[in-house]
Design a protein around this ligand. Sequence first.
Ligand code: AHR
Length: 814
Amino acid sequence: MGQGIAAPAENTAHITVQADNPGIAISPLLYGIFFEEVSRAGDGGLYSELIRNRDFRAGLLPDGFKIEGKDLITRAGWRRGADEIGNPLDGWSACGQGQVNVISTQDECGQEGQAGRFVAKSPADGMINSGFYGIPVEAGKSYQMLLIVRNDQGQAGEAIVELLDKHDKPIGQGRVALNGNSWLRRELTLKATASVPDAKLRISFSKPATVLVRYASLLPVERWHGLPIRVDMAEKLQSLKPAFMRFPGGGFAHNASLDTGWNWKETIGPVERRPGRIAMWGYRSTDGLGYHEYLLLCEAMKMEAVPVVNIGISCMAFEYEVEPMEKMGRWVQDALDAIEYANGPADSTWGKVRAANGHPSPFKIKFLAIGNECGGELYEKRYPLFYNAIKKKYPEITLISASYVKDTPMDMTDHHFYPRPEWFFANSGMYDKQPRSPKVFVSELGSMDGHSQGNLIGALGEAVFMMGMERNSDLVTLCCYAPLFVNAKHRNWPHSMFIHNNGMVYGTPSYHAFKMFSETRGDRVLPCAVESPKVRKRIMLAGGVGIGTWATQIEARDVRVFTGVQPLTVVANAADWAAWKKETGQWEVNQEGSFVQSGDKPLTCARIGAKDWNNYSYTLKVRKTGGQDGAIMYFAHQSAGDNFLLHLGAFGNKVALIERRVNGKRDEITLREPFTMEIGRWYEVKIDLGRERLRCFVDGALLFDLPMDQVTAEEEHDQVFASASRTNDGGIYLRAVNISEFPINAAFTLPGVGLLAADGSVSWMSGKEPRLENSFEAPEKINQQTKLIKLGGTEFTYTLPPYSLTTFSLRQRK
Ligand code: AHR
């Protein structure tokens, strides 16, 4: 029995499942989701607002931020693209003979605010909003418009609001009377008469006038569970049956400065009063999806809420800001208040605000994450402030540390993985031998495979890794994929679980894998032994970077390790060396801020980075100050015995070469090129660890250029991975992944099961090529398929298609 062509007998994996010997309980919360405002997941995505820059605040920059050419430069000096930042008229333009600009003015609450202003001579003049890459409307559907508007001349007239198709033909219209020259709040409903994915909205006035628009919002009347979120996207989420939702980031929780970091208190209450913020991902967030909406979404989807609080450090992946310790009180109080807002009684200070916002009963959150991707001494010092204060008041809340800390308890700690699929295959047993405390939340997991937007082999890698997490679910109690949504017009991250445009959202293969896992999560793990045909695969080239010497003294400086435009690490000044691990040798930072190795031992090493760093470019400046050889640059460093070394001036300062170490065994993978390092001269070294080639440059000249199959060692590993679990009521779930290009027979034996019930079902996802992706044109190319199967007995063989994930839902016969 099986799928497609049966495999030859020798191509068989034997999978033995001890059905009568259940192991650890599987966390019922294991599979959840992580929503971050990245890649326009919220504004221009799940949040159903259709008007871009509805409050005309897009031009506002925090003090100390500036735009230079096409770049935004933050106060701390982080430079990033500013395509969608800084233009006050972002999304707006004039129509007819009218003129449009944005002015600062007192708003309807007497506060300093921004407003779009148009001067119209006739009703044809006005302002147009083009939405988030167009305004999608559907014939027959209604759209709710909220305008906060003022007619400066005060003469009576009507504001005319129209939906226009691409020929500027009205396809929905409404009018509201305006008189007097004070701010007026007007609501109207527009009914679309045609379906258009990229309509525009025009606002004009029936008389010659100067009109100020402080706020213009358009939301579909149709809502998901009463929430302002896109129905198709919400339904996709719901299909995953997620057990929890982590939010609002990721990097977005911290953003690019302290004042733009996510401050939940600014995200509640009337949307038209929320100031919004610059998201570090290069656009403005309205915060229309705010803390309250996230909690409502969790409630409606029956997910545990896992808010990530900002801890007074902006995103540490880039140049960042830090609140001094003496001012940390406010941040700790904000975290305490966030819990009170969610859980406090309706007469508590923040519970009262929640009740006023429409939710008198507490949300009963159980988790809180103390920051995202923060570490080092700064975090070590700040984490206890939060942990101790929160535990004192809310001992029942599970607190999640962003990294390991030494002297304060951790209920749970956060792990993130963005490696290549091969890494997942090689590391699915990673949690088998780890200490069982603290608990682990794998809150960001997603396979990076070249420029893939989420392909089949990546999803299979994630599936194999998830098997390992589930097998260790006493330790890993929560996990989720990242990132969740990408708007195809604003991609900040290569891959995602879903890709959307204005009219459609589809799942990448990772979505189908997660869904299949969520559907086949039992209550207890069943021990599962796999004897699989082996495959010899190239090991992935990944790992940290380092500097070293052989009986030589050197200085190094100006290190930059970038993957694409994302920095992995940068040494810009003396303090940055503190994060480097001095493995061997005598390392110190000199007055010029260079890292100096002054010892004369044979193999020295100072290094930085994580085992899953890959696809990067590593540059630095290095000079020899004495000794017998030259310098060594480490890369793809997994451990002292597993790494790569670029030697400049090896063997008595005579040659350059690349050396590879696998399990402590060394070999030279290049010829020895003549190379002598001069004493005192700075050399600029660059190592490009690409997907296809490894290239090394010295002072801009190419020294080595190797295709990957010449660089990486081969490693033997299984072609088939499997896992099994049972439910408390006799259900049995089996899963198998075939990562090879051939069909493989999976011969299942289930001793101890008694007999399997005759009826079961099998789901699978597979493809002929490992790198297949879904697309708007073919959204279901890689898709979950399901059929019923007839079994019985305690053994069966099923042919796993090439590149496939297969799950079985079976029952023990009563
Ligand atoms: O998921 C995208 C980003 O990856 C998150 O913002 C951050 O936590 C991680 O680096």
